[in-house]
Ligand binder design. Structure first.
Ligand SMILES: [Mn+2]
Length: 262
């Protein structure tokens, strides 16, 4: 009897860790790149786990080294990380690459200048021509949206807002791509004809709820999950409507909707 019991226990251990592939999502890795890399490492991804990054994974403040950006490109090759485009990657691409994704070069330069563009130009200059092409090719080939199933549910990952909402806002955007990357979703936006739960970054969750430091936002209708918990906020926080909010890096495990903060 004992050998059978031992073998059953061994099987259940394998079930718990090695046979279940977990899917994590973390948007807006815009803080210090060393902290962002540390946060990814602390997720302790197992061999078949995946990490989706719906955009804006370019350090905003402090040490602007491109180490993290190239780490993402490396991990993407192994299919361990899947990144979708953010408005920051699109701005950087359209301001400096030979072609554009959805914004003319002058406009991209102008909006990038309002978002630390001078520093970014300085860091891009430290790259060789082939590294620059590798970076821009990577951005150009990132999908704008992607669908993922986990834990019996279907999710749509996108940086700003899902394409189904575009017809309602097309008067404000000249392309669907620009809408998906730049739009700040409203708390009560209802996404038509969609059975998917939209998981997005871009808009800090303090626009939707009071939780402080910022927490992942789950909409009342269960159809939207906001992930941007302000990893790029300065240590003294950010003032919004007279209240000071503190940021951090958040990740969500899609299989059981468990949140992780670093
Ligand atoms: Mn953004």
């Amino acid at each position: 009897m004992l050998p059978i019991l031992i073998s059953l226990l061994a099987v259940s251990q394998i079930d718990e860790r090695e046979m279940i592939n977990m899917i994590y999502v973390g948007a807006d890795l815009e803080g210090n790149p060393k902290d962002s890399i540390k946060a990814i490492n602390r997720l302790n991804l197992q061999s078949d786990d995946k990490l989706y990054l719906p955009g804006d994974c370019f350090p905003k403040n402090g040490d602007q080294s491109l180490e993290m950006v190239f780490k993402i490109i490396e991990l993407q090759k192994d299919n361990k990380i899947i990144m979708t485009l953010g408005n920051h990657e699109q701005m950087i691409h359209d301001a400096f690459a030979k072609d554009t994704i959805c914004m003319d070069r002058d406009t991209a330069r102008r909006v990038l200048d309002m978002n630390g563009g001078k520093d970014i130009e300085k860091y891009l200059k430290t790259l060789s021509e082939s590294e620059r092409s590798r970076l821009f090719d990577f951005y150009k080939n990132c999908p704008i949206e992607c669908s993922v199933s986990a834990g019996g549910k279907q999710f749509r990952l996108v940086h700003g807002a899902p394409s189904e909402l575009f017809p309602f806002y097309s008067y404000r955007y000249d392309s669907e791509k620009k809408f998906c990357l730049w739009h700040r979703m409203h708390k009560y936006d209802a996404i038509p004809n969609s059975s998917e739960i939209v998981v997005f970054g871009h808009t800090p969750t303090c626009f939707y709820q009071d939780n402080n430091p910022l927490e992942v936002w789950f909409s009342e209708d269960g159809k939207k999950i906001g992930l941007n918990c302000g990893s790029a906020f300065p240590p003294e926080g950010v003032l919004l409507n007279g209240k000071r909010y503190f940021g951090r890096q958040a990740f969500l495990r899609l299989d059981d909707l468990k949140t992780f903060y670093f």
